[in-house]
Design a protein around this ligand. Sequence first.
Ligand code: LRH
Ligand code: MN
Ligand code: MN
Length: 392
Amino acid sequence: MTTPATAANGVRDALAAQTIELPSWAFGNSGTRFKVFNQAGVPRDPYEKIADVAQVHAYTGAAPRVSLHIPWDLVDDYDALAAHARDLGVSIGAINSNLFQDDDYMLGSLTHPDAKVRAKAVKHHLDCIDVMRATGSTDLKLWLPDGTNYPGQDDIRARQDRLADGLAEIYAALDDNHRLLLEYKFFEPYFYTMDIPDWGTSLVHCLALGERATVVLDTGHHAPNTNIEFIVAQLIRLGRLGAFDFNSRFYADDDLMVGAADPFQLFRIMNEIVGADALRAESGVNFMLDQCHNIEPKIQAQIRSVMNVQEATAKALLVDREALKAAQTSGDVLGANGLLMDAYNTDVRPLLAQVREEQGLAADPIAAHRASGYGEKIIAERVGGTQAGWGA
Ligand code: LRH
Ligand code: MN
Ligand code: MN
C-alpha cells in the first residue's frame, strides 16, 4: 500500500529527476521588431552563453542541457564547444535549424517554388546534422517559418507536397539515434497561410516520415483560448509528443517566462504529463524553454522559469490520482474538479526548497545566484566585442 510518506518520497524523487533544457538565445539580447535592448554583461559568443547556462544549472540542479540555434551559434569547432559544455557540467541538447533570416527564403524554404532554394534549405539541415554528430546532440528541431500572405499567392497543396519531399530527405540523413522534432505555429511571419500551422499538420508529416519524427508543442503558437492540454493528451496517446517549447503569452508569440501569464494552464499541461506517466526521461518528452528576456536579467529569468516549471510539476504530482479516478468513475463532477484544484492551490515552494537542500543546493536559487557575484563579474569582464543577440 502507498503510505503518505512513501508517496511524498515519490514526489520528491520525481522532482529531483526532472530536467529542463535551456535555449542559448535566451541569454543574448532581444526585443521586438521595434527595439532590441542591450544589457550589460550579455554573452559575446556561444561559449559565454554556455557559461551562463551552467550558472542556471548550478543553482537549480535541473537545467543540464542547452539547445543551440544554427547559425546563431556558429563556431569553428563544435567538438571544442561540446567539450567546453562538458567541462561546465552541461551538455548540448537540440540543434535548431534556422530558415527565417535569409533573403532567399522570402517565398519559403522547404516549400519554395524554386527547387534550388529548396535544395539549399535541405543542405542547411545536413549541416545541422553534422553539428549534432560533433556535439552528441540527438534532436534536430525544425520550425518552418514558411507560408503565404495572400490568397492565390501559391498552391497550398503543392507546398505541402514539396514540404513532405524536403522533410523526407532530411529524415533519411539522420543517424539511427537521432530524432526529428517538428514545430508548428499558427501565424507569423506569414499571415494568410502557414505551411505547418497546427499540430495536426505537424503530426501528418511526422507519421509519413517514421517513428523518430515527433511534434514540438510551443505553448505560444496557438490561437487564443486553444485547449493546449488536450493537444498534449492526444500527442502522448499517439507517442508523438517529442518536446515542449515552454513560454507564456498574453497576445501573440510573446515568449515571456513560462508560467508568468497563466500558471494554471501550465499546471493543466503538467497534469496531463504526470497523469500519462510522461515525466520520466524515457517517455521521450524533452521539456525545453523557448523564451526571450527583453527587459529582465537573463540568467535570473531562466532560473525563475525553471522554478515555475518545477512548481507546476510539483502541483501535478500532488494530485491524488486514486481519488480522482474514483470521483471520475462515479460521475462526481465537483469532487473530481475539487481534487485538481486542491493540488493546484497547494503552496509547493517549501517542498521544492526541501528537494533542493536534499541535493545540496540552496533553497532559493535566485537569491543564491544574486549573492554569488557572477552577475557583476560578467558585466566587468564582457566589455568589448559584440554582445550576442537574437539573430547574431
Ligand atoms: C518560432 C520559434 C521557433 C524558433 C524560435 C526562435 O517562433 O518558436 O522555435 O526556433 O522561435
Ligand atoms: Mn519555439
Ligand atoms: Mn515562437
